[in-house]
Design a protein around this ligand. Structure first.
Ligand code: NAI
Length: 470
């Protein structure tokens, strides 16, 4: 039986990054992956394919609506959905091939099959791998569970891949829906809703709660919702879905408002995007004493990410916390470093959230509502993109940066961006939070002219009411 210093179950962003860092630090490492390709949800059916389609659909939308203003005449603009999907598939393939290369380069053994726990021995944990050629076993001194998450299903709304679909199907449709109804105004609903809305579908988002993106600062999420409404996406907030009835032409969805009003809407596709849940099926975690909490997540010590079983750790979507690839990656690095005797660490205060619509929404740190709840006094600086020279040149006037700083110390507590390129602009805010910077630090830093990043500087200046261009 082959033995390893570390076996990682799951080859997504958490697992493969953990394996690479462990190998860099000299640990003999294996990755067990049941999917034919590495990369997990993110690379295969999540972050990457959706971004490929967001990029394609944005270019299409710009060609339709923006080019004329730039003096570019295009004639009739058409979409070739098959080509769009082929480009997306090529990007995914290039990245998954790249991961195979990284495994080889770092001398990581990849086992193709489903991993599960067998027993604990004095020398470590015995794992079984059920692959195409049968079941094999390995032992590992340490194990990291990085099995990720799976789509939550609602009873009565079971996906058939045609009329009722999940995000896996919504990134692979063969034609543009006429009316796409989406259950869930979360990140997936907004990103995939944007893709198909730009390509010409009518999109209706049904959300149970009073607003979309409830984790975002209230004022900024209202602005975010308005920018999407301006693009034609319809939101039915505080609406409960009761029933989905499949018809020849599509699906009729029965709804009920929180006030008890009943209504129904009809569409040709229904995307269910109400969240994801940890994936622990078939792990046989009881065999080694790994405990799963009431919320179905693997219980870990927050400082070490070790489970109840010594030498077995868990990272990413399968444990408590925001289900984000970059969070899983940093946790993977942390565990690998701890195992190699180094001091791995993750600063969750600096965890960025991004919604890749256009304009994009991005944030880090605490919202006004969070701070009010915690009784922390704060001051605010805001600046719109509209007066910014670069935003004007780009024809991208919508949005704002909002910086929230501690009233007494000026330390940055939260940064919220709705605007062009927010996914890149937020990096400055993440570094600021990581370094414990003050609003004054950003306000005094050079921000090249003309760039969108000047909006960040102006918002920082506005914290002390001295922005220059407002
Ligand atoms: P989500 O948790 O972001 O949003 C689900 C939404 O559905 C919530 O607003 C919730 O209130 C609503 N909802 C739940 N049950 C409902 C019901 N019965 N009727 C109407 N609304 C209902 O989940 P989502 O969008 O499915 O994404 C799954 C995970 O993937 C999330 O954890 C997300 O962070 C992650 N993700 C992250 C991305 C990014 O960082 N850009 C992109 C895509 C996914």
């Amino acid at each position: 039986m082959e033995s390893f210093d570390l076996a990682v179950i799951g080859g997504g962003p958490g697992g493969y990054v953990c394996a690479i860092r462990a190998a860099q630090l000299g640990l003999k490492t294996a990755v067990i992956e049941s999917n034919p390709t590495l990369g997990g949800t993110c690379v295969n059916v999540g972050c990457i394919p959706s971004k490929a389609l967001l990029d394609s659909s944005e270019k299409y939308s710009k060609a339709l609506h923006d080019f004329k203003d730039h003096g570019i005449q295009t004639g009739s603009v058409k979409i070739d959905v098959a080509q769009m999907m082929a480009r997306k598939d090529r990007i995914v393939k290039e990245l998954t091939d790249g991961l195979n290369y990284l495994m080889t380069k770092n001398k990581i053994t990849v086992y193709r099959g489903k991993g599960s726990f067998v027993r604990t021995e004095a020398s470590g944990t015995v794992l079984a791998i059920a692959g195409k050629e049968g079941i094999s076993e390995i032992t590992a001194r340490n194990v990291v569970i990085a099995t990720g998450s799976e789509i939550i299903r609602i009873p009565g709304f079971e996906p058939d891949g045609e009329t009722i679909i999940t995000s896996d199907h919504a990134i692979a449709l063969k034609s543009v829906p006429q009316h796409l109804i989406i259950i869930g105004g979360g990140v997936i609903g907004l990103e995939l809703g944007s893709v198909w809305n730009r390509l010409g579908a009518k999109v209706t988002v049904v959300e149970l709660l009073p607003d979309i993106l409830m984790g975002m600062d209230r004022q900024m999420r209202e602005m975010a919702r308005r920018t999407l409404q301006k693009q034609g996406i319809e939101f039915l907030l505080e609406h409960k879905v009761v029933k989905a009835e499949k018809k020849k032409s599509g699906v009729v969805v029965s709804l009920e408002t929180t006030a008890g009003e009943k209504k129904s809407i009809e569409g040709d596709r229904l995307l269910v995007a109400v969240g994801r849940k940890p994936y622990t099926d078939g792990l046989n975690s009881d065999a080694v004493g790994v405990k799963i909490n009431q919320r179905g997540r693997i219980a870990v010590d927050p400082h070490t990410l070790q489970t109840d079983a010594p030498g077995i750790y868990a990272i990413g979507d399968v444990i408590e916390g925001a289900m984000l690839a970059h969070r899983a990656e940093e946790e993977g690095v942390k565990v690998a470093e701890l195992l190699a005797g180094k001091s791995g660490h993750v600063n969750y205060k600096a965890l960025p959230f991004i919604v890749y619509t256009w304009p994009e929404f991005a944030w880090v740190g605490q919202s006004e509502e969070d701070l009010q709840k915690a009784g922390i006094e704060y001051k605010i600086g805001k600046f719109l993109f509209r007066p910014n020279g670069r935003a004007k040149a780009m024809n991208e006037p919508d949005g704002q940066v909002k910086i929230i700083a501690d009233k007494r110390t000026d330390t940055i507590l939260g940064v919220f961006i709705v605007g062009p390129g927010a996914s890149e602009l937020i990096a400055e805010a993440v570094v600021a939070v990581e370094f414990g910077a003050s609003a004054e630090d950003i306000a005094r830093s050079f921000h090249a002219h003309p760039t969108l990043s000047e909006v960040m500087k102006e918002a920082a200046l506005d914290v002390d009411k001295r922005s220059i261009h407002s």
